[in-house]
Design a protein around this ligand. Sequence first.
Ligand code: TXA
Ligand code: MG
Length: 350
Amino acid sequence: METIHWSVDINVEKRKGYPQISEAADCLRNGHVVAFPTETVYGLGADATSDQAVQGIFDAKGRPSDNPLIVHISDTDDLSGLVAEVSGTASKLMETFWPGPLTIIFNKKSGVFSDLVTAGLETIGIRMPDHPVALELIRRSGRPLAAPSANTSGKPSPTAAAHVAGDLSGRIAGIVDGGETGVGLESTVIDCTVTPPMILRPGGVSAEDIAACIGGVTTDPSLKKEQSAPRSPGMKYTHYAPTAPLYLLEGETKWIQETIQRMQQEGKKVGLLATSELAAEVNADVISICGSRNDPAATARTLYHAIRSFNETDVDMILAESFDEKGIGTAIMNRLEKAAGHKWIRQRSS
Ligand code: TXA
Ligand code: MG
């Protein structure tokens, strides 16, 4: 399959009457799979009401069929046709965070979505992305769009069209290239079918901001443990992983340098994933910089690209700086823990 590449500047598109976005929307209406930018990561979209279209997503990604997809909408008015009810809490969250990186789990309306979207669950995850290209594409397709991240299953999510092309070129109908994404990590997933609501996946909206909006919120306790089954099916898979094994580091800078040297003496080529501050203080065979200690949002934005970049090197192992688990730091550490398979090297074992 030849993958069409639409390079879209939203201002130019608007002036010309959205010719490229309309073409991509036609593809979606005809049941094809099209990647598009959102504010979090690139999504791999298909008509959520069509079995054949949604099957195309699972085929292209190699995604396990028990992992449900998030549905993307462009207007809150569309919700009433898709979900069984909207609670007061969900309304508050929507008013505050939509459009934006928050996926809300509702009880679904039956007979609307392809069963493949929900993987047999009675619930459905819905979000409204805060990206002008995504919103225009959804509007023009006239369909709710099921869209997981547009990576091959198990790889880091794509934050640029080139990442999508690297994983999926030849396997999907098209890629709408709207430049690099902003948040860089996926949306927060919150289950509003339970009281109090429960965060199933930390992401672009922090638990602190959610608590400030609705009062009580809990977090799926199994996210912290390797063994137990998380409530969000996707969280059980090894994700976001580069080819070389990745280990999280906890210790002082001097110890980090000694640890790198010890690995090198064992004959290993060592990659380091670090903020600009740590990168300035230590040496490794390859260093990939992700943001700054003072700017966790920049770390989030560049994390997946930094992880992916090691695949173009011949490092034997990757050591990664760890971050405070507050604000967006919770999502950063969730993704790093998964990329590392929860493997840590600590200065002091506790
Ligand atoms: O930022 C994002 O959310 C991106 C962009 C493209 O919108 N999408 C994304 O989709 O990350 P995906 O498929 O890679 O992750 C969806 C997550 C999975 O962990 C899945 O298990 C969970 O949401 N999920 C979806 N529907 C669910 C449901 N009904 N109940 C529990 N978890 C659900
Ligand atoms: Mg994903």
